[in-house]
Each structure stands twice: as structure tokens, then as C-alpha cells.
Design a protein around this ligand. Structure first.
Ligand SMILES: [Zn+2]
Length: 134
């Protein structure tokens, strides 16, 4: 390398001159652990590129906000939605997020049915009580 490498303090990032062993800015010892600008650059580049192309397996791919919205609409379709819900909840999809979402939605369905059942029961009891007291 003919090009002169710039050195930076590992503590504060200030540029260091030639052979100084201490940072002029923060006073930290910079002996052997000096980061060369070239290496630092390549490091940050590789870091950003790797964070841009994180390879999440298909089964763990996050669902977007509109994805959730779409599935919610889909699940609220009478009969067809419920069948799709069961399919997704019990292994119809490889995606963990979708599976869990379908399962939680399924729980809401069950809860709703229980509440509906209780309300109907009270309705019948109330109606019959009203009828016999009349
Ligand atoms: Zn420093």
C-alpha cells in the first residue's frame, strides 16, 4: 500500500497523527488497537450490506401491516374465512407469524362463540322466566 493510511482513535473516533500512541482528543491509549480507515470503511460497508440482505427463512418472514390487514379481512368472511382460519392455524402455512396470528384469531372466535352462547342461554332463561311469570 503506497497510500498513507489514516488512523482513528478507537474510543472517540478522532483522527490521529502519525505515530502518536495517545489520542489527542480524549487521551486514550491507541497502541496496537488502531483502526485503519480503509478497514473501517470496508467494515461499515459490509455491515450495512449484510443488514440489508438479512436472509430470514420463509417460515419466519414478518407479515407487513397490510398483510395482517388482508388476513383479518379474509378471516372475517363468514364460513370461508373460518375455514381458511382453521387451515392456517393447523399447519396450512409454513410461516410461524401467520400460524400464530391465525391461532390467536381462532381464540377470539371461540371466545366470541362462548359469549354468544352465554348470552343466548340468558336470553332463553330470561324469556322463559318472563313467560311463566306473566
Ligand atoms: Zn480519542
Amino acid at each position: 500500500m503506497s497510500q498513507e493510511k489514516k488512523r482513528f482513535c478507537t474510543e472517540c473516533g478522532a483522527e490521529l497523527n502519525g505515530g502518536s500512541k495517545f489520542c489527542t482528543k480524549c487521551g486514550a491509549k491507541v497502541g496496537g488497537k488502531v483502526v485503519e480507515s480503509e478497514r473501517e470503511e470496508s467494515y461499515t460497508v459490509s455491515q450495512t450490506s449484510s443488514s440489508n440482505q438479512i436472509n430470514i427463512p420463509e417460515s419466519y418472514k414478518p407479515i407487513s401491516m397490510w398483510g395482517y390487514f388482508g388476513y383479518e379481512l379474509l378471516f372475517s368472511i363468514p364460513c370461508v374465512g373460518f375455514i381458511l382460519l382453521l387451515v392456517f392455524a393447523f399447519g396450512g402455512t409454513q410461516n410461524v407469524n401467520l400460524k400464530n396470528f391465525a391461532r390467536s384469531y381462532f381464540c377470539i372466535y371461540i371466545l366470541f362463540l362462548i359469549i354468544l352462547g352465554i348470552l343466548m342461554l340468558f336470553g332463553i332463561l330470561g324469556a322463559s322466566a318472563y313467560y311463566y311469570n306473566l
